[in-house]
Structure formats: structure tokens, C-alpha cells
Design a protein around this ligand. Sequence first.
Ligand code: BGC
Length: 437
Amino acid sequence: MPDFPAGFRWGVSTSAYQIEGATTVDGRGPSIWDTFAREPGRIVDGSTGDEACDHYHRHAEDTALLAGLGVSAYRFSIAWPRVQPTGAGPAHAAGLDFYDRLVDGLLAAGVDPVATLFHWDLPQALEDAGGWLNRDTAARFAEYADLTAARLGDRVKLWITLNEPFIHMSLGHGIGTHAPGRMLLFDAFPVAHHQLLGHGLAVAALRARTASPVAIANNYSPVRQVGDTDADRAAAQAYDALHNRLFTDPLLGRGYPDAPGLDPAVIHDGDLDVLAAPIDVLGVNYYNPTGIRAPEEGSPLPFEMVPLDGYPRTAFDWPVAPDGLRELLLQLHDRYGDALPPIQVTESGCAYDDVPDAQGRVDDPERIAYLDGHVRAVHEAITAGVPVTGYFVWSLLDNWEWAEGFTKRFGLVHVDYPTQRRTPKSSYAWFRDLVRR
Ligand code: BGC
């Protein structure tokens, strides 16, 4: 493995609903994922995040795993319904106390706390008032950011406003496979704009409370055009605008791209200035490229997704394409030039069906190969001049993978859910050695 620049941030990521459990403890309010997971047929194994990895009660053990890994940073998310059980009103002290303990434990272990404010677990009460379709949710989000930063702003080392607003819009509100389960297709655009507006308002709220840098974590997928007709080209451009540009062009001061579904009536005067508030870091979550060709006649979508041949595949059936990460980082650099802040890869990882052997060891050579390839891709991008300053593995622990329930394992650490026993996999040792070097 080649050398990385001094000060490069190595970390791992998780999110609240996927690991914490304790969903009714210490006054936490219900979130849209509590509701969605209870609806029949939504989650493949019928599970919920009620217990997940029981991290709420085991955070000290998990912090010790981070210390053993030697990472310099840990990206976790804060559950809005712990801080404001109904999404409005004063901070709920018992909810913030948990994150206070977590943050202090991380600092004592020499690990920088990196906090994401919204990783999809909207308080149910806000959803009942229209959720992200309602412009007021943006203002509520800024209020929640303010309350959280008032308590933790002196110790969190990097703030991330939103996690993957594109996925929350498209899966949660476009096709309904994630909470809140709406199927609006392109009528979901207000969810994009109101999340970005909430981001911009939250940046201002955070700046008033903390000197720490502020970021957003976007999901990107380089488009592989399949076919070579004008219609294929138009389809590839439409998908690229939706997935890769809709949530980045306006942030970096370019306004919205010409993307399917964009409704100018949702954008009020002055909004574009609010959401283009300067950020210090762009978080990049990358898993795989997307194959796109022209849609069949009569399709409701302006593109069709096609499986990409010729790649190894993860247990999610996602293609393993580290070159896509290099391509994406170079594309961001080319596209935005000087407007691009330093990048940190805030998620990169893979699911495999990891099973402990007779001695209880979990050997996961595919994950090591996956991470090795992606870390090298980052290095190549840095060598080519892209300012990348960090890399976070998704994920520290096997955890509750949204609509896939407990059936997909992404962790460097295996979790036996019935006993909650944690077993570091061979990829944990590999990553520890890499970080050490
Ligand atoms: C999300 C994570 C998720 C991971 C793997 C990302 O889209 O931020 O919460 O577990 O992908 O699907």
C-alpha cells in the first residue's frame, strides 16, 4: 500500500437507527423507521431496529473496539427523536446525555467524534405534519442542529448535516422501499429541496455554536452508459443529473441542474443562497457505479438501470468497482474545480455473508480485497490532484441494514445478534495494520 499524506483521517462509520436499539429508552420518541419497519412486508426478514446492536447500552465496548482499531475518527449519527422526541420544542436532556457520554468516551480513547445530524430517522411527529415534503421541516432541522451543537459543539470535530439526501428522496419518497414509504416518483422533488434548505439553515446554526468544520455526506454513483444511441446518452445524462448533481450543484453555488422532476415553484427567493452556504468538507459515500440505458417506450422513468457485467459482486449483488471511486473523485474535481472543498470519503464498504468458523474466527478475505482496492483508488485520486483528506469504512459493526434487516453484514466486526457478542473479523486486523502503517 502506498503512503498517504500525513494527517489523513482514517475512520469507520455507523448510524443511530442501525446500531443503537433502545428505541423506547430514556424518552426517545418514535421515528419514521420504527413505523415503517412495523408495516408488514417492508423489511425482508420482518425485523426492526428495536434492539439492533444494542449499542445504546454497549457503547463503551464499541469505543474500545474503535480504540483497538486505532482509527483517528468515528462517524456516528445522532437520533433526532432522542434530542426532540416530537421533532420540536426544547432539547430532551436525557437523549443528549447519551451522546455526551459517547463523545467523552471517544475523546478519552483518542478518537475524533464525527457527528451526522440526520441519517434518515425523522421524528414520526414531523412526518405526520408532512415530513420533508413540508417546507417547515427545514426550519425544524436547523432548530435541532442548534440544540445539539449547543451541547456537543465544543467536542465534535466534524459536523455532517445530512446523510445521503438523494437516497432518502429516491428510496424513501420516490419508490417507497425505505421509510416513510412514499411512492411519488418525480413528485418527490420537494424532499430534495427541503433537505438542502434544511442543510443550509443548519450550517448557519452550527457556525453560530461551534468552530468545528461542517460537511454534508452525499451518495454518488458514476454512470456507465450502456448502449450508444442518442437516447442512451440522454438517459445517462438524466440519471447523472439526478444522482450525482442534484445535491451538489446547488451546494457549490451552481443552482439546480436540469434534472427530471425539478419543480421551480418549490424554490423560494433567496433559497439558493441559503443552501449554498460554504461547507468545509464534502463527504462522499461510494458503493458502486450504475449502468444506464434508454428506457422502454411508455416507461415512467427517463432512464433504465441495467446490471453491469464483468465485475465481482457483493452479497447485495452490487458490482465491486474500485475504479468507479477513482473516476468519481476525478469527476468531482473536474466538474467543480476551485469550488470543491476537500473531500472525505465518509462511507465505503461491502456486504458479505460472513460466518464464524468452528473456532469462532471470522475470515473475510473478500472485504479485505474490496477495501484494499478502494483505498488504492483514493490514493490514485490524491496523486492525480484531488484533495481527499479522509476515508471511513462502512461499517464498524454488522448492523440493521434498512429494508434488508439483519440479512446483510457490512461490519469489520461480526455481531451475533442473539447474544450481541462482537467478534473482530480478519478485515478488522487488516484495517488496523493499514492505519498503523
Ligand atoms: C447508507 C448506510 C447503509 C449503506 C449500505 C448507505 O447508503 O448511508 O446507512 O447501511 O449505504 O447500504
